[in-house]
Design a protein around this ligand. Structure first.
Ligand code: ADP
Ligand code: MG
Length: 161
């Protein structure tokens, strides 16, 4: 039976959230799927910038809000596919593109606003929920829910939470 490990990390600045993403990105192997959740401006894209750094992406991550998806070539023959389905009720043909990402062994898939996406074709999802701090505008609680197939990600997060 699968179990899910939960890790919660507090970051005190956008840079710390990027660094956290970088540490996770550095251990990825392909086929991981991240579903990022937060309010607008919570820090999802900031976290993805870090993931991309850790993966050695060829370009800096921009917010893909107006273009829905962006793909980056990375080191170790990996690719990062970054989706942002903000306000998209129906993914339409984007669902087909997403399915290809989910099935490719060399792709790390990251989704912002992924609730309308069908991810049944994916391996277990890693959920990352970012909560703003009610008092400190530069603080976030970043909570990871990591299925046990991703023990190498859990190892990376251990000791940080
Ligand atoms: P989202 O993709 O969730 O809409 P963004 O990453 O685009 O959010 O924006 C997050 C904003 O919050 C950025 O302007 C970033 O500089 C700011 N910020 C402040 N503190 C943090 C933090 N601890 N982690 C992430 N972002 C932070
Ligand atoms: Mg964003």
């Amino acid at each position: 039976m699968e179990s899910i490990m939960r890790y919660s990390v507090k970051t005190s600045s956008a840079n710390e959230t990027t660094t956290l993403g970088q540490k996770v990105g550095a251990v990825l192997r392909g086929t991981e799927v991240f579903k990022l959740k937060s309010d607008l401006g919570g820090g999802k894209t900031t976290f993805v910038k870090g993931l991309a750094n850790g993966l050695g992406a060829d370009e800096t991550v921009q917010s893909p809000t107006f273009i829905i998806s962006a793909q980056y070539h990375c080191e170790r023959n990996l690719e990062l596919h970054h989706y942002d389905f903000y306000r998209l009720q129906d993914l339409g043909i984007m669902q087909e593109q997403l399915d290809e990402s989910l099935l490719s062994p060399s792709v790390v898939t990251v989704m912002e606003w992924g609730d309308s996406a069908d991810t049944t074709g994916a391996k277990d999802l890693i959920e990352v929920t970012i909560a703003k701090d009610p008092v400190d505008e530069n603080a976030r609680q970043v909570t990871f829910e990591v299925p046990d197939v991703y023990e190498y990600i859990a190892t990376t997060l251990e000791g940080k939470s």
